[in-house]
Design a protein around this ligand. Structure first.
Ligand SMILES: [Zn+2]
Length: 137
């Protein structure tokens, strides 16, 4: 058997079309933004790609990707020697992917899972990101 590289394993494990991702797509769609999904030729396979805005967007789970200061990014009390290196690798990989994308001339935006639970806030966030006028409320 041919051993798989770590990135191949991560790709296999990674879940696509999660609830938070769908919420972001819905908001982006409502704003008339055009985007593509999961371009595997780009570092980290961004969740949404907005070619016109040269912007890659990641929708990160707060726990796995360690949203700073977020209650959902708690650290399990037991087996810390298992969790901490795992978290560290995730954060490191995210940072490496972002850097690689920026080097390729992309802007990188991260939306956290907890931000996707508030549809109005999410829409405002996208409006700000893409220079659209504020929502008429
Ligand atoms: Zn969070």
């Amino acid at each position: 058997m041919i051993p798989k590289s770590r990135s191949e394993i991560m790709r296999a494990v990674r879940r696509e079309n999660t609830g938070p991702e769908l919420a972001v797509r819905k908001a982006a769609h409502r704003l008339g933004l055009r985007f593509r999904l999961y371009r595997k030729d780009l570092p980290g396979t961004p969740d949404l790609i907005f070619p016109k805005h040269r912007t890659c967007l990641f929708v990160h789970g707060c726990f796995w990707h360690r949203h700073p200061g977020c209650v959902k990014a708690s650290t399990p009390k037991s087996r810390r020697d298992y969790w901490l290196p795992k978290f560290e690798r995730n954060v490191e990989r995210d940072r490496d992917n972002e850097e690689a994308l920026r080097r390729l001339g992309w802007r990188v935006v991260t939306i956290w899972e907890c931000e996707t639970r508030d549809p109005e806030g999410l829409e405002d966030r996208l409006r700000g990101t893409f220079g659209l006028p504020p929502a008429p409320r």
